[in-house]
Design a protein around this ligand. Structure first.
Ligand SMILES: *[C@@H]1O[C@H](CO)[C@@H](O)[C@H](O)[C@H]1NC(C)=O
Ligand SMILES: *[C@@H]1O[C@H](CO)[C@@H](O)[C@H](O)[C@H]1NC(C)=O
Ligand SMILES: *[C@@H]1O[C@H](CO)[C@@H](O)[C@H](O)[C@H]1NC(C)=O
Ligand SMILES: *[C@@H]1O[C@H](CO)[C@@H](O)[C@H](O)[C@H]1NC(C)=O
Length: 403
């Protein structure tokens, strides 16, 4: 493995993310605002004690059709039958109308991007984005000093109508340090590599499924993902807790990078609106985890700038900066819709991992008031033929003894 990074790489990567301050703080809920749904499908928050003041805030929502499994246990049973016995069971998905964020509105994307950036830090941190008076309630989760994985914040609007679960992405060891770096890297390499992060002969792989000559045992990879990639089950558990606490609320799941991919995997499981920023392709992981696929994943929206090689799936190969840092980010295809900001064409940027950070999206892309939000559209049809194209995947159906 590469343990020493070129200084230039560490320097430019250090501008990407966030300093983590390992402190704990207790936040409190307050009822300060009321909301009304107007005929323009907006939720307007107004300041209760000073109802006549001009200080109001609104977030545009829109009606979104999502698909929900009949129950969580039906979903899990279908998933396990598929994983263990390769039997597919068709689930009866029900179409449900929910209120989701209006992703065609730049300010909505800005607010959600600010919230995903906050998942890397704490409210007293220097890089914490102030979200205004309507969102000061947050439950931090996974911040205990010995917690080693899934982490972020849950933002609750002061009237409890909307709950946004923001999931942290990858913390880089030479920037943040902290307890999550090792698990983050393991998850990145499990979820987004073609075959156990077998990028080259010098790599120590994260699972033993490589069979030589660019051949990979698919069942073995799936088993490793199900066993090792604990973020997904923890995320489901968190989601269940939140629906229990806020049964009436609109729940949205968001995240940046790894956090965005996990947001999507959880959102597809529960039929929840998702906005993911600069996430690596998660379609392969959803397949490998045997997540039953709903009739549509249109409730998942990816926001990507095309100068980010990680989200674009081009930070690949032994000599890429991702591989140089020990990350095998090889997947490319995304679920749902993609809002593609063509920063290469508009700003003359070149493809560079420096453009992967959430701060770039907030400061350079979403702050540009003259740039209308691009039309969301699904992944290009040829994406799948270019993903892990140099690999042959073996499915040994005889010896299935998964889980
Ligand atoms: C997000 O953060 C940026 C930078 O601080 C700020 O300019 C913007 O107003 C914030 N947007 C929202 C909707 O909170
Ligand atoms: C929430 O709002 C109250 C009242 O304005 C304020 O005292 C408190 O510090 C806020 N909390 C956060 C985390 O911003
Ligand atoms: C919001 O939810 C919290 C936690 O469940 C609860 O304590 C509080 O009373 C709720 N506030 C409103 C306005 O319903
Ligand atoms: C969900 O709630 C249970 C019971 O309160 C708790 O033990 C568990 O840690 C929670 N899970 C998450 C991910 O917060």
């Amino acid at each position: 493995m590469f343990s020493i990074l070129p200084t230039s790489l560490s320097l430019f990567l250090s501008s990407l993310l966030w300093k983590t301050r390992e402190t704990t703080s207790q936040l409190h809920f307050q009822l300060r605002h009321t909301h009304a749904i107007t005929d323009h499908s907006r939720i307007i928050f107004s300041d209760e004690p000073r109802a006549l003041s001009a200080e109001t805030f609104s977030i545009d929502t829109t009606s979104i059709t999502t698909y929900r499994p009949p129950s969580f246990s039906a979903f899990s049973n279908a998933r396990y039958r598929s994983l263990r016995r390769l039997e597919s069971e068709s689930l009866i998905w029900s179409a449900t109308e929910v209120r989701g964020p209006d992703v065609r509105n730049r300010e909505v994307l800005q607010l959600l991007a600010n919230m995903t950036a906050n998942a890397y830090t704490q409210p007293d941190g220097k890089s914490w984005y102030d979200l205004g008076p309507d969102w000061n309630a947050t439950y931090p989760y996974g911040w205990e000093p010995d917690a080693d994985g899934f982490r972020g914040h849950v933002f609750v609007s002061t009237d409890n109508s909307t709950v946004v679960v923001s999931i942290k992405g990858t913390s880089l060891p030479w920037i943040h340090g902290g307890p999550t770096t090792a698990k983050d890297k393991l998850n990145d390499n499990l979820l987004f590599s073609c075959c156990c992060a077998r990028v080259g002969p010098t790599w120590s792989t994260v699972c033993g499924c490589y069979e030589g000559g660019y051949k990979c045992n698919t069942n073995c990879v799936e088993k490793s993902l199900a066993e090792e990639s604990l973020f997904y089950p923890i995320g489901m558990n968190l989601y269940n807790n939140i629906t229990y606490m806020y049964p009436e609320a609109n729940i949205w799941i968001i995240g940046h990078s790894l956090g965005g991919s996990l947001a999507s995997l959880i959102g597809v499981t529960f039929g929840t609106p998702v906005v993911a920023f600069q996430a690596p392709g998660e379609q392969m992981a959803s397949q490998r985890l045997h997540l039953p696929s709903p009739p549509s994943t249109q409730h998942v929206t990816h926001v990507i700038n095309n100068a980010d090689p990680i989200a674009m799936g081009v930070c690949t190969g032994v000599s890429s900066s991702c591989a140089g840092a020990g990350y095998a980010m090889e997947s490319r295809c995304h679920l749902g819709n993609i809002i593609r900001y063509t920063t290469i064409e508009r700003f003359g940027w070149s493809s560079n991992v420096m453009n992967h950070g959430i701060k770039v999206v907030i400061d350079k892309v979403l702050s540009d008031e003259t740039w209308e939000v691009p039309e969301p559209s699904p992944e290009d049809a040829d994406c799948w033929s270019t993903e892990c194209a140099s690999w042959t995947f073996d499915k040994d159906t005889d010896s299935i003894e998964l889980l």
